[in-house]
Design a protein around this ligand. Structure first.
Ligand code: FES
Length: 382
């Protein structure tokens, strides 16, 4: 199984939320989902972006918070014909009264040479089913009511912010306070040209409503439109002018790796403390990590299923130790995002530095992600 994370890839439909997103669902509520989703709509958004709307085959609800993602399995797309997992942020509004929604939307950008996006754009049909597991991720979950936020995105990195802004609009239009809200949001989104602005009409319709300001920045004209808005590459000087109260805001960033590195350097240069910068990457292995605190010594890791016990030096992840010893263990992202390596720990203690690839319930049940867990003691895995 090969797994990729495509945190954003487009956007949702032009109407804001579905009826179910307003909390009107009568389907069976649940707080996690693993099963088949049926494609109910395919909606072109731009020349290379497509909305995919999905509902649970069993008729139940689909839970998620704004900013979370699901892992989808695309059978037969791997180099050897195996399934390929890919994570897509949900772009539609989340339920505001709990229990999930009846339909969710992911927004898929066509990636040149990418087998999954090619499949979605060319071969997926309404009525087809996709295996899905979720929701995962904590991006955007740390809302400090009363504080302001700055969203910085580029390209398909807009996707989690679409869900956040749509959900915010629903909450404020209904006068709901069932989810925490930023006092105000400024969203600076970078695109190549106006033709690449995803859900432009809807997103700009949110600007200057609900204490939300959207500032698109384009670096080029499109064939049909000379760009009259903010132009050129984002710089620290430009950002300081566009968002004069930047220092009072939490900063959330999602986009291609080069964009994220550049804007993080900008906001740090402008004086924003690191703890107020929150990142979501959709390229495995390229998101800055918080170093794991290691214990001392060498520990034994017993893989009961494989009938093997391996040595794991302190500070080494269990997955790395398994690989070093030639023990095959399922894995994909190797950084705590996808959940592929999930294992049950029979005994022992670990430090686990995951990025949303495991649910709190699973942690309570003794599950760990070996790819981002270092042992504190000897470990036995089921
Ligand atoms: S391999 Fe992805 S979470 Fe461990």
């Amino acid at each position: 199984m090969t797994t990729y994370y495509d945190g954003g890839s487009g956007t949702p439909t032009t109407e804001v939320p579905t009826a179910s997103a307003w909390g009107a669902s009568t389907a069976l509520p649940r707080d996690e989902f693993t099963g088949d989703l049926v494609c109910t709509a395919l909606t072109p958004v731009t020349h290379d972006v497509l909305d995919v709307t999905l509902r649970a085959a069993d008729g139940g609800t689909l839970p998620y918070s704004p900013g979370q993602y699901y892992t989808f399995t695309f059978p037969g797309l791997g180099p050897g014909g195996e399934g390929v997992d890919r994570c897509y942020s949900v772009s539609s509004a989340a339920a505001v009264t709990g229990g999930g929604v009846e339909e969710l939307t992911i927004t898929v950008k066509r990636v040149p040479g990418g087998p999954v996006s090619a499949f979605v754009h060319e071969r997926l049909r309404v009525g087809d089913t996709l295996r899905a597991d979720g929701p995962y991720g904590v991006f955007g979950s740390d809302v400090r009511p009363g504080a302001g936020a700055l969203y910085l995105s580029a390209g398909s990195g807009i996707t989690p912010f679409l869900s956040m802004m749509r959900t915010r609009a629903v909450l404020l239009e209904k006068g709901e306070r069932s989810l925490p809200l930023w006092s105000s949001v400024v969203h600076v989104h970078a695109a190549h040209s106006p033709a690449d602005l995803v859900h432009r009409v809807e997103v700009m319709g949110l600007s200057d409503r609900h204490e939300t300001t959207v500032i698109p920045v384009c670096s080029a004209d499109s064939p049909a439109e000379a760009w009259a808005g903010v132009r050129g590459r984002l710089t620290a000087q430009k950002l300081a002018v566009l968002v004069p109260d930047l220092m009072e805001r939490e900063v959330l960033v999602c986009g291609p790796t080069a964009f994220m590195e550049a804007v993080v350097a900008m906001v740090v240069d402008l004086g924003v403390p690191a703890e107020r910068i929150h990142l979501e990457s959709y390229v495995f292995g390229e998101k800055p990590r918080v170093p794991v605190q290691a214990s001392a010594g060498v520990f034994s890791i017993e893989f009961r299923g494989a009938g093997r016990t391996v040595s794991c030096p302190a500070g080494t992840t269990i997955l790395a130790a398994a690989r070093e010893a030639g023990v095959a263990h399922p894995s994909s992202c190797a950084e705590g995002v996808c959940g592929t390596c999930r294992a049950t720990m029979v005994s022992g203690e670990v430090d686990m530095d995951h990025q949303g690839g495991i649910r709190p319930r699973e942690v309570r049940e003794g599950k760990i992600l070996p790819c981002c867990s270092v042992p504190r003691t000897d470990i036995v895995l089921e």
